[in-house]
Design a protein around this ligand. Structure first.
Ligand code: HEC
Ligand code: HEC
Length: 366
């Protein structure tokens, strides 16, 4: 009886002592950074449109909780006052495990990262950090919240970053059907087709070369940068001529780039090279984790592939047309059944708690 009671007491221990989720390593940050007060405050900031310069944009509008904390409708995001971004909004699920942030890995600290969208003119378009700090400090519903979350420290550039990071670090999503089978030994968690897909993923199709699976956990990323050919394909698409009718009967051939220049010129995107300045890094992008990938269409840094079927067909062709693409990519010669099995496997990677995380974002007390 005493034994049973002890077990009950242990199982109701506070969240800080929670074990890692099945399939994931221990979270790479001390629990002290993610106290419930800091997480709740970060969640409130994340959803708050008043954090943008003109009061229209929140973080959650591009990282939509119900869409895997990514954005399904748009290949590349649109920010404040309709200005478009050049890249696809990545999921924030499991972002705490990423060694490098952004598709080009230019940032490494979640605490510092938040100020990039807050100040970018085409994202949340604030005039300055001081402006945001002063605005939040004046909002009555934030009174005392920062002090309670951060041992007396008031609203500041640093505490806003820490609160947003604490919330994002709490978005840990594991325990997928794949995890229950592979790490939990539950044979009924996956169908034969899905298991065959995983076998292809590891061996014949070579996916796990970059989307790594370790012995006791799987992040499905090697935390490195590779050229899969997407950057080359995007640049080539912009140069391809298209026929436009300038006036009835008057047809001209112009490049898509020239056409787009009438609107907003599409920004160049050199990938990792923008960070390292090394030409060998041109069009290399960070290997994304594939956890929850069924929820986060469209795919790749520019959202150029609409479905998982398209992604698998892309790899089956050996990636993009760039002769400099990674050595691991070559035409795979997959059958229709192989491609279906790979897609079926990718769909087993959705965490068991993603619905809960989305509900909390919308319904948890502010
Ligand atoms: C207008 C749309 C938009 C808004 C608003 C926005 N983001 Fe993003 N976010 C993006 C895009 C697009 C990227 C990828 C940019 C890149 O790689 O260069 C990104 C990247 C990130 C990343 C890196 C994720 C990773 O896996 O590397 C984090 C973290 C992040 N955003 C958090 C936030 C937070 C916090 C806010 C609010 C303060 C916010 N975002 C607001 C579109 C947006
Ligand atoms: C050479 C390393 C490498 C190999 C091998 C590889 N990938 Fe990728 N994968 C990447 C990189 C890098 C990206 C991001 C490309 C970009 O953003 O343009 C990516 C993107 C993806 C995405 C899109 C994820 C998202 O959120 O946008 C999926 C899905 C994917 N890979 C699945 C696979 C599958 C399935 C295979 C095997 C058939 C595979 N990958 C093989 C490196 C690799």
């Amino acid at each position: 009886m005493a034994g049973l009671l002890a077990v009950l007491l242990v199982s109701s221990a506070p969240a800080a002592a929670e074990p890692p989720m099945l399939g994931l390593p221990a979270p790479p940050q001390p629990a002290a950074l993610t106290t419930p007060e800091a997480v709740a405050l970060g969640r409130k900031l994340f959803l708050d449109r008043r954090l943008s310069g003109n009061g229209t944009m929140s973080c959650a509008m591009c990282h939509v909780p119900e869409q895997g904390f990514a954005q399904n409708g748009l290949a590349t995001s649109v920010g404040s006052a309709g200005r478009s971004l050049r890249r696809n909004a990545p999921t924030l699920l499991n972002v705490a495990f990423h060694a490098h942030l952004f598709h080009d890995g230019r940032e490494t600290s979640l605490e510092a990262q938040a100020w990039s969208p807050l100040l970018a003119e085409n994202e949340m378009a604030n005039a300055s950090a001081g402006d945001v700090v002063a605005r939040v400090a004046a909002l009555p519903d934030y009174a005392g919240r920062f002090e309670r979350a951060f041992a007396g420290a008031p609203v500041s550039r640093a505490t806003i970053g820490r609160a947003l990071a604490a919330y994002q670090r709490s978005l840990v999503a594991g325990g997928s059907r794949f995890d229950r089978w592979w790490f939990g030994g539950d044979k009924s968690a996956m169908s034969d087709e899905e298991r065959r897909g995983f076998h292809l993923f590891r061996f014949r199709a070579g996916c796990a070369q970059c989307h790594s699976v370790d012995d006791d956990h799987a992040l499905f990323t090697d935390q490195r940068f590779h050229n899969t050919g997407t950057g080359h394909d995007r640049a080539a698409a912009l140069e391809r001529p298209v026929r436009v009718e300038l006036a009835p009967g008057l047809v001209a051939e112009v490049t898509r780039e020239a056409l787009l220049r009438f609107g907003e010129k599409p920004a160049d995107d050199l990938g990792r090279m923008e960070v390292t300045r090394d030409p060998a890094d041109r069009w290399k992008y960070r290997t994304p984790s594939l956890r929850n990938v069924a929820l986060t269409a469209p795919y790749m840094h520019d959202g150029s592939l609409a479905t998982l079927e398209e992604v698998v067909a892309f790899y089956d062709r050996g990636g993009g047309a760039d002769p400099d693409r990674a050595d691991y990519l070559f035409p795979l010669g997959l059958s229709d059944a192989d491609r279906r099995a790979l897609v079926a496997f990718l769909k087993t990677l959705t965490g068991s708690n993603v619905g809960t995380l989305a509900n909390e974002a919308r319904n948890a007390p502010q």
